[in-house]
Design a protein. Sequence first.
Length: 422
Amino acid sequence: MNRLLASAAALSALGAVLLAGPAAADTTLKLVEVITSPARTETLKGIVGQFEAANPGTKVEIISLPWSEAFQKFATMVSAGDVPDVVEMPDTWVSLYANNHLLADLTPYLKDWEHTSDLSDRAVTLGKVGDTPVMLPYGFYLRAMFYNKDLLKEAGVEAVPTTLDEFAAAAKKVSALPGKAGYCMRGGPGGLNGWVMFSATMAGDNAFFDKDGKSTFDSEGWKKGLEWYINLYKDGLAPKDSVNWGFNEIVAGFYSGQCAFLDQDPDALIAIAERMKPEQYGVTTFPKGPSGKAFPTIGYAGWSMMEPSEHKDLAWKLISTLEGPEGNVPWNKMTGALPALKSAEQDPFYQSDAFKGWFAELADPNVVPTIMPTDLEEFAFFKDSMAISSGQKALLGEITPEDLATEWADYLTKSEAKFLAK
């Protein structure tokens, strides 16, 4: 994969030489969207339309890739020399493309941009690889806990759980109801977050590596957390078919009343708010572990300029339109992400009760957002392939929690060693 990606810039440059000729009157930029839904794409088209109106003669071709296939399809595009000008860049891909010199340095553009000072400190930090900004996060996906008020009442759960023990006890009571389960587990695509959050919270520490660069997945605390998570499924506190569930299935499981708890980002609000009344559900902080702390994951995505782009100044104008207040605010309202712009936090949309759980997490010193080790080139494969396969085997009892911990720790320890060697 790395060899294919490393050749992309050279292929693109060769294509430019072969196709060189008189400049066309119009310029077409290529924008790839990778976290796709019909509503998101329509919102993106609207923002892009504003850019096109402000830049006569410039057109933007939007390519929307389904998320389940986006990693492989985008890598194939790039390795074949079909490199876009701008891409929606998930956090788990940044290191791979940056380390292959395929993402442009945004430093000179940010230096003169009028809205740079409005970017949150977290956005500035997370958009860098090393000291180089190669991506502008448009928003953040922080996990909090949704709960179904009606199901908890029916099961006799009097208080919203605040600890892992209370959470498990409440899930057990709900699971005793006919056809109901306590927890909407995400055992399929995107499920790594659950494994990490519950394991780190049980361990009382979210460090992925010790001081010697060894993965903590096989440490006693994390192994205990992995086993605790597996037992949620084995003990029937999650639906049997949730071993294969992805985002759409867990969200549907919650709003349909199949299960009472759902750990998710604000983007789940889009579907839930359409199907449930505000008085039927709430959002609270992630339950705390024995240490008195919780470690929900925080993910992000943003906009990157590809280094082989022949229209970098125009590509930046497009990114600045997407990231500026007129683009970023409506985009985040559609995606449900917490805003990357400081000024956007004062928008009435984010002042509603539905967002109180996430802002409470950000304000609680005992809730520590966990950032995945996306600086590792191999992490994208680990998250999107390996973790799903072996995680499902562990849930189904085909391998032991110890086997799972060893497999994951060995893989990430080798990846970290490779990263440190560079």
